[in-house]
Design a protein around this ligand. Structure first.
Ligand SMILES: Nc1nc2c(ncn2[C@@H]2O[C@H](COP(=O)(O)OP(=O)(O)OP(=O)(O)O)[C@@H](O)[C@H]2O)c(=O)[nH]1
Length: 188
């Protein structure tokens, strides 16, 4: 069972957020889950929520192989504007971890494989993400139902299976992606 470890109010470029750090035994102590919320969400329906999986290459090194950083910034902007929740998960590489994701990148480059085939060539699943702790995080904020900022039905299905009421999905799309990123988005 996940636990809320600590929280603070944090001034950000997009306004002040409530930051909460959770520990989930399923993902380990060195991989915190971070919940950043804006506005008073207690008892609210249809709250805007972004479930964002860590992407070191894009968000820290500014890789243009994928659209993760652009999606993160766009969701922060949308959430700040109307209130909502950003859940930043430790599921780097769709859950396979950074080292394996980078090995998959190498195969993509050297053998011209797409993201799914590269994972399979490494003996890894193409999807290893689980979101078991998310209902607790939403409950703790008093969120009753959500609008999920995502293009991936897997995430909405996973949350619904855990009992979260997903009213609808709202698309996140950044038009100015690189050619490399376009092939990644098409392989999704
Ligand atoms: N295994 C693998 N993971 C990748 C690759 N490129 C980015 N990622 C990871 O993919 C995750 C983001 O998943 P995406 O597939 O881009 O997004 P999504 O699940 O389709 O959902 P939305 O962004 O909500 O529409 C992050 O954890 C990234 O680290 C790759 O080539 N291989």
């Amino acid at each position: 069972m996940a636990t809320l470890e600590s929280s603070c109010t944090l001034p950000t470029a997009e306004g002040t957020v409530l930051m909460q750090v959770y520990h989930d035994p399923a993902t380990g102590p060195d991989k915190p889950w971070v919940v950043s919320s804006s506005g008073d969400l207690d008892g609210r329906e249809g709250v805007l929520v972004r479930l964002h999986d860590a992407c070191f290459t894009s968000e820290i090194l500014r890789s243009v192989k994928c659209d993760c950083e652009a999606q993160l910034r766009e969701s922060q902007r949308l959430i700040a504007a109307e209130g909502g929740v950003l859940i930043y998960t430790p599921h780097e590489g769709r859950g396979i971890g950074l080292a394996k994701k980078v090995a998959a990148y190498r195969l993509q480059h050297e053998q011209n494989l797409d993201t799914v085939d590269a994972n399979r060539a490494l003996g890894e699943p193409d999807e290893a993400r689980t979101y078991t702790c998310v209902p607790l995080m939403l409950r703790n904020l008093g969120v009753r139902s959500i609008r999920l900022l995502s293009n991936n039905p897997f995430k909405a299905n996973a949350l619904r299976a855990l009992g979260v009421t997903v009213v609808r999905m709202e698309s996140l799309w950044k038009a100015d992606v690189s050619d490399l990123c376009l092939s990644y988005v098409q392989a999704k």
